[in-house]
Design a protein around this ligand. Structure first.
Ligand code: MD3
Ligand code: FE
Length: 215
């Protein structure tokens, strides 16, 4: 079911993927110019890098972070860290705009007290993928995760509670925002290998922001 709304963000609509998972189509479009400007400032300070998994594999998705803590992976494991291991310095502050957008999206999906302190920024170039996983490095699974998709479209895989549950394929496009919380918070999910494409502003890439409360 699609529920159209004319909001102060323009024409957006919501699609319920299941209990606790809502796609807000076009929700980030109204602020895209400001989001992209903030992103360029961040990635100038903390460039995208390909992290290594505990198993020693280089991730195809390149990542960086902003906020009080950032998600990192290396041979010792996954964790949230207040410092960028590449520089030894703090991550850039979370822009007010990211916080406001995430809280507005969360509230419109029914999560009233979302207080993200971490924003993981993922960059997909053609062929990059994210295999099925759960996000469970955060302390409080009562807090949702908000994701913002930018650039060329991707097929998101929305699975169940076991890795081998058949996932639903959900196309995510530039400007789409998704809120995942409550009963959806620990569902397996991933992203299919990115198909080549071109986006007028972002070129040959997809950027995904995930706002989380880590600590
Ligand atoms: C469903 N990123 O960074 S965001 C990740 O498009 C990640 O880059 C994907 O999965 C991306 O961990 C998907 C959507 C997302 C985030 C968290 C979830 C979906 C989720 C938590 C539970 C269920
Ligand atoms: Fe994830």
């Amino acid at each position: 079911m699609n529920l159209f709304e004319d909001t102060d963000r323009g024409r957006t609509w919501r699609e319920e993927l299941g209990p606790g998972a809502v796609v807000l189509r076009g929700f980030a479009l109204a602020s895209q110019a400001n989001i992209l400007a903030a992103l360029s400032e961040i990635t100038a300070k903390v460039p995208f890098r390909h992290m290594v998994t505990p198993g020693g594999l280089r991730m195809s998705v390149a990542m960086t972070n902003c906020g009080a803590c950032g998600w990192v992976s290396d041979r010792t494991g996954y964790r949230y860290d207040a410092l960028d291991p590449d520089s030894g310095r703090s991550w850039p502050a979370m822009p007010e705009l990211f916080l406001a957008l995430a809280q507005e999206a969360a509230a419109s999906a029914g999560f009233r007290n979302f207080a993200p302190d971490a924003c993981l920024i993922n960059r997909y170039q053609p062929g990059a993928r994210l295999s099925l996983h759960q996000d469970k490095d955060e302390r409080d699974f009562g807090q949702p995760i908000v994701s913002v998709s930018l650039g060329i479209p991707a097929i998101f895989l929305f699975g169940g509670f076991r890795r081998d549950d058949q996932p639903m394929r959900v196309p995510l496009e530039h400007g789409d925002v998704v809120v995942w919380g409550g009963p959806a918070r620990l569902r397996y999910h991933g992203v299919m290998p990115l198909k080549a494409g071109h986006h007028a502003v972002l070129g040959e890439q997809r950027i995904n922001l995930t706002l989380r409360k880590a600590a």
